[in-house]
Write a protein that binds this ligand. Structure first.
Ligand SMILES: N[C@@H](CCC(=O)N[C@@H](CS)C(=O)NCC(=O)O)C(=O)O
Length: 222
């Protein structure tokens, strides 16, 4: 068994890695921290920096002395090393490209568009809020989020199984479920819209034994 440590900040992308580790059947040491004032506490971020990630962000993992950051990279690294049957990132190029597409979309499309809205809320000066300009900007930025979820909804409807790519969990689900759950929970740019197939898929992910184990071990909550 490899020696793996996972730096896990509460309510974060680290649940992607915890779920993946359960899917791979790998045990790991958990370095957990609750949030403080909504962000990572300084001491926890310092511990992550000391472990080799200068940004102090979560998830970060150390695998037999090798430090890896960025949830998508961690996903690809762990699968390359330990997914011997290529179940989570398939070898067949046409299926593989679908899984890779969702791995990247989870960060570079879904979280990119929703975080733009969160940062407007966090960082706009009061005068921008009071003038109504914040609401106008949020409304404009929401179009991307709605398009993203419409795309996810239609891909899930077209899909051949109950998971994002087929009838079993792949790395696509491990990466994408947190993005979808978190954006819907926070209502970031969703404009009160509902995507029933996305909601059903999230429930299917949450019903897997591996997801449940990851939540039980980490105490993850939204
Ligand atoms: N692109 C990175 C983002 C990592 C990141 O921003 N993590 C957040 C939690 S979801 C974090 O550590 N925030 C704590 C802080 O900056 O205080 C990834 O995919 O892992």
């Amino acid at each position: 068994m490899p020696n793996i440590t996972l730096y896990f900040l509460q309510t974060s992308r680290a649940i992607r890695t915890a779920w993946l580790l359960e899917e791979l059947g790998l045990d790991y040491n958990l370095e957990f921290s609750e949030r403080q004032d909504g962000v990572g506490p300084p001491a926890f971020k310092e511990a992550i920096r000391k472990a080799g990630n200068p940004l102090g962000k979560s998830p970060t993992i150390v695998v037999d002395g090798v430090t890896v950051s960025e949830s998508g990279t961690i996903t690809e690294y762990l699968c390359e090393k330990y997914d011997s049957s290529s179940r989570l990132i398939p070898k067949d190029p046409s299926t593989r490209v679908q899984v890779l597409q969702w791995i990247h979309a989870a960060e570079a499309t879904f979280l990119l568009h929703s975080l733009a809205i969160l940062y407007m809320q966090w960082f706009s000066p009061e005068r921008v809020k009071d003038s109504g300009d914040l609401a106008t900007m949020q409304q404009a930025a929401s179009k991307n989020v709605v398009n993203d979820f419409d795309w996810l909804e239609s891909e899930l409807q077209k899909g051949k199984g109950k998971f994002l790519v087929g009838d079993h969990v792949t790395a696509a689900d491990c990466m994408m479920s947190f993005s979808a759950q978190w954006i819907l929970e926070k209502g970031l740019g969703t404009q009160g819209k509902k995507w029933p197939t996305v909601e059903e898929w999230i429930k299917t992910c949450e019903a897997t034994e591996t997801w449940k184990k990851a939540v039980q071990k980490t105490g993850h909550k939204l």
